[in-house]
Design a protein around this ligand. Structure first.
Ligand code: PFF
Length: 427
């Protein structure tokens, strides 16, 4: 559940619809689903395997399993990716907290699309306000890691995540009865193959990694906390299914509404913050649903930020464990939070910085991390210990294990390299 909480977040509800909107809707969706099938499940398994087998964070895992420092560059790539993601992710989480506060005091009442668009611009350019609302989730995340109340949070998210799904189904039901919603569904589900360009492919691959939290060691860290009896395969499958379901549902809500209200699907990062309040205004019980929805969105964002910060905190503890000044969990929480706050200020101050952090992590660093980890498991770990998973993880059938090894040795690294080469001009 913790890993599903990490996967399901702003990537599904905020990012997926706007990236799909900018990249041709249906064309993007089909490439995205192919990426999820090809990369998603095997790469989640790969990270869990590394974590569960080594029992270490992303800092120590490769060294522990390899017996030397040759793969240590992967660890540094992971921590850098985590920090950069937190820089912009907390900014967007701040937008969600701001919208939750505003939903409470009924600010959106009576606003039309244009007014909501202007409102988004005003809110996000208000520096002191954004500083306040971005630092709140940083402090909340730090508090969770400080008090070690993960169990509480995860118990809570077991109830709240399904509730989020229920609310999304209700919203989808309402949106589909709007006049003009069919055009939106066509946009999202109709695949025009001529629209599949290298740019669409690299964006879809990046979104797949981002949405499933792969390629940066978060799932290595969570894997290291897995009980021995936990099956890697079934956990990975559940995460992939849940995450994809939420992303598709977000598209089914956003695109019909976009077309019904005569809006442009390629509106960029502001898309859901304008469209969602507009839908609530149309739904009846607007106050109730908008407060509930933004509450759940903030919780979905928090379960992701918790995993991001946990990865960095565990990394720092692990990295300093054998030095003269070992850092305990609480000191690490303080240091990582301080670094994150500086990065958040940078992303608030520079819109270009925000976009670069976002694109560089999803489209370059996470695929590179995933490439490294699949090569590590495919050519190093499974050569050293060929029966590593069948012995330890009885859930997996022999033939499936063979397919997995083939994928991580050849198909996944090959696909990532080809996609990179094809996209050089985009990059
Ligand atoms: N998967 C999260 C989302 O879709 O919002 C974002 C994320 C969380 C990325 C944790 C990476 C990570 F390690």
């Amino acid at each position: 559940m913790a890993a599903a909480g990490s996967a399901i977040g702003l990537g599904n509800i905020w990012k997926f619809p706007y990236i799909a909107g900018e990249n041709g809707g249906g064309a993007f969706l089909i490439v995205y689903l192919i990426c999820v099938l090809l990369f998603g499940m095997p790469l989640i398994m790969t990270e869990f395997l590394i974590g569960k087998r080594s029992g270490r964070s992303a800092y120590g895992a490769f060294r522990e399993l390899n017996g030397n420092n040759r793969w240590q560059w992967l660890s540094w790539l992971c921590i850098l990716t985590s920090l950069l993601i937190m820089g912009f992710y907390f900014v967007v989480t701040g937008w969600c907290f701001n919208y939750l506060a505003e939903a409470f005091i009924n600010v959106f009442n009576g606003l039309d699309m244009q007014a909501l668009t202007d409102h988004f611009g005003q809110v996000t350019s208000n520096m002191p306000r954004m500083l306040l609302f971005s630092f709140i989730p940083v402090l909340l995340t730090a508090a969770v890691l400080w008090f070690d109340v993960n169990k509480g949070i995860e118990r809570l998210s077991k109830v709240l995540m399904p509730l989020l799904l229920v609310i999304m189904f209700i919203m989808a039901g309402r949106v589909l009865t709007l006049d003009g919603s069919k055009t939106g569904l066509q946009f999202f589900f109709h695949t025009d193959f001529s629209k599949i360009t290298p740019r669409v492919i690299i964006e879809a691959m990046g979104q797949c990694f981002f949405s499933l939290s792969i390629g940066m060691g978060t799932l290595v860290t969570y894997g290291s906390y897995m009980p021995k009896t936990q099956k890697i395969t079934s956990s990975s499958l559940q995460i992939v299914i849940l995450d994809t379901l939420v992303a598709i549902l977000a598209g089914v809500i956003i695109f019909p509404a976009v077309f019904a209200f005569g809006f442009n699907p390629a509106e960029g990062p502001q898309l859901v913050f304008v469209v969602l309040p507009a839908i609530f205004e149309q739904m009846g019980w607007a106050w109730f649903f908008s407060v509930l929805f933004f509450t759940l969105l903030c919780i979905a964002a928090l379960t992701s930020t918790i995993s991001l910060m946990e990865m960095s905190v565990a990394f720092l503890c692990d990295a300093t464990a054998e030095t003269k000044h070992p850092l305990n969990r609480r000191k690490s929480v303080i240091i990582i939070s301080a670094i994150v706050m500086v990065l958040v200020i940078f992303c608030l101050w520079s819109a270009t910085g925000f976009t670069i952090f976002d694109k560089a992590t999803a489209c370059v660093m996470m695929p590179l991390g995933a490439l490294g980890m699949s090569l590590f498991v495919g050519w190093r770990l499974t050569k050293k210990e060929p029966k590593i998973i069948t012995e330890k993880d009885k859930g997996i059938k022999n033939w499936l294990w063979k397919v997995y090894v083939f994928l991580v040795r050849f198909i996944i690294p090959g696909a990532i390299v080809i996609i990179f080469l094809n996209s050089l001009e985009v990059l």
